[in-house]
Design a protein around this ligand. Structure first.
Ligand SMILES: [Fe+2]
Length: 212
């Protein structure tokens, strides 16, 4: 018997309906009122809110409650144990038609996520990328008749994207948002850390506090 085994897969959690339609609409209205927008460095049609406090709106606190068991579940796949997770940053993203977000990953974090507050146009679903690394020669086989498989793909489009859906992923994963051909796209993004990681009895602890 032959068996094709996918070695070392990446855990990725897609959550549909994390917020219901009314909750998503209320959150969208509140996000639009946040005036302290930070321009994106690449796209003038994308702005980010200042960091949001989890106690800044009842729906944010509720969102954190709903995300908590999911952080534990995804973290259990990543680290093999149910760890004590905290959301250490949360911010809003407001993308106008034609906006985009460049390739990036989230530093100083272990699990990151996106909550779709409005339904994302299919053109602007978050795209995840295989690591770009290396400056050495590379070989590829591409073109008509070449099938994209889980093993040769260099990009993957997230399935979620309706208002209230969310995706959670390891923070090291490169991702981007292609040019938004639809309407206004509102999302929340967050970073989460465990209280500590330990190798046997050698632990490193993480804090959500600010450095200054
Ligand atoms: Fe991101």
């Amino acid at each position: 018997m032959d068996q094709l085994i996918g070695l070392f897969p990446t855990p990725f959690l897609s959550c549909t309906g994390l917020l219901d339609a009314a909750e998503a609409a209320e959150l969208a209205a509140w996000l639009r009122m946040q005036s302290d927008q930070v321009p994106n460095s690449r796209s003038d049609r994308l702005t980010h809110s200042a960091p949001l406090r989890l106690d800044g709106h009842p729906l944010l606190a509720m969102l954190a409650e709903r995300l908590a068991p999911r952080l534990v579940a995804l973290g259990e796949q990543m680290f093999g144990a149910a760890l004590d997770w905290s959301i250490k940053e949360l911010w809003g993203n407001r993308m106008a038609p034609g906006g985009s977000q460049g390739v990036h990953r989230h530093a100083n974090s272990f699990i990151s996520g996106v909550v779709y507050v409005t339904t994302s146009d299919a053109s602007a679903r978050t795209v995840f990328l295989r690591g770009l690394g290396g400056n050495d020669f590379a070989f590829s086989h591409a073109g008509p008749g070449v099938e994209v498989t889980a093993f040769n793909a260099d990009r993957w489009v997230a399935p979620a994207g309706d208002a209230g859906d969310a995706v959670l992923f390891p923070s090291y994963l490169l991702h981007e948002v292609p040019a938004n051909a639809g309407g206004e796209r509102l999302t929340l993004a967050f970073n989460a850390i465990p209280a500590q990681l330990a190798s046997w009895d050698y632990a490193i602890r993480f804090s959500t506090g600010r450095s200054s």
